[in-house]
Write a protein that binds this ligand. Structure first.
Ligand SMILES: C[S@@+](CC[C@H](N)C(=O)[O-])C[C@H]1O[C@@H](n2cnc3c(N)ncnc32)[C@H](O)[C@@H]1O
Length: 187
């Protein structure tokens, strides 16, 4: 695992509208997000995907976005507020040694881990925490930038997810990324 956390100023670049030329955030998450869902997004940065998911869950849903950097959370909240979506989101600062998901146990319908697991100190711990927060039958979309994370390292992440009980159900095509759709088996 990498563990080098991306600098806060990169949050502006990653949330820039120019990125839409490479990735359409609405199209990436649309197959998985429905109105009323509880969505979890670890490592949202300044919200390139968060805002789209907040739109898609509607007024009855919510997106819990948890980042380790206060400046990412501050930038995310500013962007959510400007878009009128702040009420649908719970943008939180992660504790230093975990994601702090105790209150979400068994409540998450869909989770997005986009370009974040390679920055985690332990991917095994990450998947264990996220799997506990997921409902039975819920899905996690795992994606990593193919430039930073080589195929072998990505497959190690997928194996760590399997140890946490998450099964691969698909390999969605996302530009410049390696991706896997992981499911927590239904009871
Ligand atoms: C490369 S950025 C990706 C941001 C966003 N997912 C995107 O695709 O635009 C990685 C993000 O993960 C956050 N991050 C890194 N380690 C983390 C941790 N242990 N817990 C929560 N967030 C973390 C970073 O602060 C950063 O915002």
């Amino acid at each position: 695992m990498g563990h080098r956390v991306c600098p806060w100023w990169l949050g502006y670049v990653l949330a820039s509208p120019l990125r839409r030329l490479l990735q359409d955030p609405a199209a990436v998450v649309k197959p998985y997000v429905r109105e009323g869902m509880t969505v979890l997004e670890p490592g949202p940065g300044m919200g390139f995907f968060t805002l789209e998911m907040a739109r898609q869950v509607g007024a009855s849903g919510r997106v819990v976005a948890i980042d380790i950097q206060p400046r990412m959370i501050a930038g995310l909240k500013r962007r959510l507020a400007k878009a009128g979506l702040l009420e649908r989101a719970d943008a939180r600062l992660a504790p230093s040694d975990s994601l702090g998901l105790q209150d979400l146990r068994g409540k998450v319908d869909f989770a997005l881990a986009m370009a974040v697991v390679h920055e985690m100190p332990s991917s095994s711990r990450f998947f264990a925490e996220v799997a506990q927060a997921m409902k039975p039958g819920a899905t996690l979309l795992l994606a990593e930038p193919s430039g930073h994370v080589k195929k072998e390292a990505f497959e190690t992440e997928v194996q760590d997810a399997a140890v946490a009980g998450l099964e691969v159900t698909g390999r969605p095509a996302i530009r410049r990324s390696q991706a896997a759709l992981l499911k927590k088996p239904a009871n």
